[in-house]
Ligand binder design. Structure first.
Ligand SMILES: [Zn+2]
Length: 159
């Protein structure tokens, strides 16, 4: 039996659906609900600065977030188009679409962040433990653990 990855499975993500939803809206870690997922507009805090959960489980992991982004963008633009054509029936469709495009552009960073957050929460809900931990996640956990270990005296500090 292999040793569990530190910081990836214990303690298991717990809490009510409401707590998870609030943490998702606040862009917090799906396990501890305290660590921030992002430390900039686009830069992720990986692993979680509080509990050490590795967010990116494998290379290309956030490809799934693109599907979430597509879905969220479609919902937003579809609702905007419906509202635009309902509230401004005399406007040409192209003008409404241009207005939606202008309004949508500043939301792109927000959509990026929530797409990744929704993807992480969905993935952790579907595959919560180490069973789905790939080689990439194990390497990342090893690097994190090596950085956390204090350097022994007499050894050089070469990377
Ligand atoms: Zn955390």
């Amino acid at each position: 039996m292999s040793a569990p990855l530190s910081g990836t499975s214990t303690p298991r993500e717990t809490g009510s659906a409401w707590r998870h939803l609030v943490a998702l809206v606040r862009l917090r870690c799906p396990r501890c609900h305290r660590g921030r997922l992002f430390h900039g507009w686009f830069a992720m805090s990986d692993p979680c600065p509080v509990c050490g959960l590795i967010f990116q489980r494998e290379e290309g992991y956030f490809l799934g977030a693109m599907y979430v982004s597509y879905l969220l963008g479609g919902l937003l633009l579809g609702a905007g188009y419906y509202l635009g054509t309902s509230l401004l029936p005399r406007w040409h469709d192209h003008l409404i679409l241009l207005g939606l495009f202008v309004l949508y552009l500043p939301l792109t960073p927000v959509l990026f962040r929530y797409s990744r957050a929704v993807w992480i929460y969905f993935d952790r809900w579907v595959c919560p433990g180490d069973a789905s931990a790939g080689a990439f996640e194990k390497v990342q956990a090893g690097k994190r653990d090596a950085q956390a270990r204090p350097a022994s005296p007499g050894t050089s500090e070469r990377p």
